[in-house]
Design a protein around this ligand. Structure first.
Ligand SMILES: Cc1ncc(C[n+]2csc(CCOP(=O)(O)OP(=O)(O)O)c2C)c(N)n1
Length: 352
């Protein structure tokens, strides 16, 4: 991680990868300040997302999904780390690949399947596109297709909550392609000027559909843009959930007390096509192979084992339990009802 702009590096004393030195005496890792339970909770969220998406891929190819499937394979650490350090008052605007934001905020897997299967008791009650879901009671805005459009919404939402005396922080997620939109510029500039505590989380997964970084922006690094807005820019490894969690925890603690906007650029890789309709033949296979070694689930597992926080067998058992949970959630959602045509007009217009 490095920092640009006029701000000091956060978490300067934290480790830069490698094995963790775990102290079983107090249950806390002295370098990452994370307990075994907290580390396993991070792994669980990432596994839930991965296993749900694997199921959604199969359902998509069976023609059983109402809409497309856009996976976050390889990017699971970002939503996991950011939600792990947030508070109940905080606001989130996830993008299409951010299932870990929903899961991290507590959306049950059954509700995610309900949404993708268009069930009447899912988050949008079977009314909106499968990927356009959110739950305001969890502080999660629904995604809309227009890239960047939710960034000003989070900014305004955080301002509104703060005026009500609620110490909210915002998390606004955007892809590398989405940083080229006018809405991105307007939201970041506005939040910078009015010192709104929003972390603009750029998920640089190297491609915007088939457009590589080299054809997306001319600056050397996306984090360099922070200087132009007069805010702190932080570049982080988006595939190392422990390191990212520590980075975001330090940022959140600072900006909750002393509000300001931050640009957090997480380097990662989109490991599948743009959507499941896309074979991503334009992505060099060697690039994917190299990033496969950096799979966030693999990285965390290796760290936990190296630190003797958990054994391979224990981690395999967690994965097996997650798979069983997903299977059950899917079966339950399958049995849930489709919306009745008689309710077609409900929830469409405000009732005066
Ligand atoms: C304002 C706007 N322009 C174009 C599109 C069409 N579009 C949908 S996804 C996408 C690529 C997005 O790339 P990126 O922001 O890098 O996110 P990623 O898909 O890589 O996660 C584009 C161009 C859109 N939805 N909204």
């Amino acid at each position: 991680m490095y920092s640009v702009g006029c701000f000091p590096l956060v978490n300067r004393g934290l480790p830069r990868g490698g094995a963790l030195a775990y102290s079983p005496r107090d249950g806390m890792n002295p370098q990452t300040d994370i307990t075994k339970d907290a580390a396993l909770a991070l792994l669980r969220v990432m596994l839930l997302a991965r296993r749900i998406e694997e199921r959604l891929i199969r359902l998509y190819h069976q023609g059983r999904i109402f809409g497309g499937v856009y996976c976050g394979f390889g990017q699971e650490a970002i939503g996991t780390a950011t939600t792990a350090v947030a508070s109940a008052d905080d606001l989130f605007a996830p993008c299409i690949r951010d299932m870990t934001v929903h899961l991290g905020r507590g959306t049950p897997p059954r509700d995610i399947f309900r949404q993708f299967l268009g069930r009447a008791n899912g988050p949008t009650r079977g009314r909106d596109g499968n990927i356009h879901y959110g739950e305001l009671h969890r502080g999660v805005f629904a995604f809309i297709s227009h890239l960047g459009a939710m960034l000003p919404v989070v900014t305004g939402g955080v301002m509104a909550r703060r005026r009500l005396g609620r110490p909210a922080v915002g998390f606004a997620y955007i892809g590398d392609g989405g940083t080229s939109t006018g809405d991105f510029h307007e939201a970041v500039n506005f939040a910078a000027v009015f010192e709104v505590p929003v972390i603009f989380v750029v998920e640089n997964n190297q491609f915007a559909y088939s457009t590589p970084n080299a054809h997306q922006f001319r600056c050397k690094d996306l984090v360099d843009r922070a200087v132009g807005y007069g805010i702190q820019g932080v570049k982080a490894d988006g595939n190392d959930v422990l390191e990212l969690r520590a980075t975001v925890a330090a940022l959140v603690e600072e900006i909750r007390e002393k509000p300001r906007a931050v640009l957090l650029v997480c380097e990662t890789m989109r490991m599948r096509g743009h959507g499941e309709h896309d074979d991503a033949s334009y992505v060099p296979r060697e690039l994917l192979a190299a990033w496969e070694q950096r799979c966030p689930i693999r990285v965390l597992r290796e760290k936990l084992v190296a630190a003797t926080l958990a054994s391979e067998a224990e981690l395999d058992a967690l994965d097996t339990a997650v798979q069983a949970e997903i299977n059950e959630a899917f079966q339950q959602a399958l049995g849930d009802p489709a919306p009745s045509p008689s309710t077609l007009m409900e929830g469409v217009y405000a009732v005066g």
